[in-house]
Design a protein around this ligand. Structure first.
Ligand code: MG
Length: 300
């Protein structure tokens, strides 16, 4: 990789296309350069990206918070913790796609604690279209609002049949990684999930938003385990999203940044330049300081 041939950080399009041409893979590494460039350029211009794109910050959706697979008492505890969490989460995300018994236990246990709406991620776990549809009807009676990736990504025809008969919207996740995946999804899914670490960053994600809107598909913004730098980048696009699942920064202990906040469950972006980031003193910073101190002691 040789970025010295680019004379300005404003050449985001050329720089990102060059990076993408080096290899098909390493999308998260490409995203790291893309995110850094967007933050730098936004800071030079002095405006946040949601504003430069013309998006309304009032239209950001609520983000889900995930309750992972666990036994019954643990699910009860996790649900209670979520309800009392100061971020005020309004929608729960639950990952299913295990046995029917385990899937139904998860939902019934959560429902014994709260009626908050639930978004389901089946993680390609339902291999039979009739079973998938039966599960969706069962979930629909329990205040579930959407289903992410019900069937394996290659079972497009079966997914289209499920969607046609489903009372709930069906959203592509594993089936959607890059811009070029989107045309294949039309008809089989109501919407698709955008993850910056999979689509190489904000440059391509912004194009995915335009394509999604032009073909009438709804969108979701998702994440991996990420710092607030990546989460705040994703948040810039969130006014265009129907659904959001950007809780990755809340699940790590070495977040170096402060940016987008979740207030009353809602993604909140600020009128701060770039991605609206501040570097904060944190656990990771302390660890680095410890390492530095050790190094300096050993030297002298
Ligand atoms: Mg998923």
């Amino acid at each position: 990789m040789d970025l010295s041939k680019f004379s300005s950080p404003f050449l985001i399009d050329d720089i990102c296309k060059y990076l993408d041409s080096i290899t098909t893979y390493n999308c998260a590494a490409k995203a790291s350069v893309d995110i850094a460039l967007h933050d730098l350029v936004g800071n030079i211009i002095g405006q946040p990206w949601w504003k430069m794109w013309g998006f309304d910050p009032e239209k950001t959706p609520c983000t889900t918070y995930t309750i992972g697979l666990a036994d019954k008492p643990e699910v009860v505890n996790k649900t209670k913790e979520l309800i009392e969490d100061p971020h005020g989460f309004k929608v729960i995300k639950v990952k299913l796609g295990m046995t029917e018994e385990a899937d139904k236990m998860m939902i019934e246990t959560i429902r014994s604690v709260t009626d908050l709406p639930i978004n389901i991620d089946a993680n390609q776990g339902w291999k039979d279209k009739h079973y998938a549809l039966d599960m969706i009807h069962w979930l629909n009676e329990r205040n579930v609002k959407m289903i992410e990736q019900p069937m394996p990504k290659l079972m497009l025809d079966e997914t289209a049949w499920v969607r046609e008969n489903s009372p709930l919207p069906i959203v592509a996740d594993e089936a959607c990684q890059r811009l070029t995946d989107i045309p294949h999804l039309k008809g089989a899914y109501d919407g698709f999930n955008i993850k910056l670490m999979k689509c190489t960053g904000l440059r391509e994600a912004r194009e995915m938003v335009s394509l999604g809107e032009s073909i009438g598909m709804k969108m979701m913004i998702g994440c991996m385990s990420e710092t607030s730098a990546a989460i705040s980048a994703a948040a810039q696009l969130s006014p265009k999203m129907t659904w959001a699942d950007i809780d990755g920064n809340l699940l790590i202990s070495n977040d170096c940044y402060k940016g987008m906040q979740v207030i009353d469950g809602k993604i909140t972006v600020y009128d701060k330049p770039g991605l609206g980031l501040e570097v904060v003193d944190n656990v990771w910073g302390d660890k680095k300081r410890e390492i530095r101190n050790k190094e300096s002691k050993s030297k002298y």
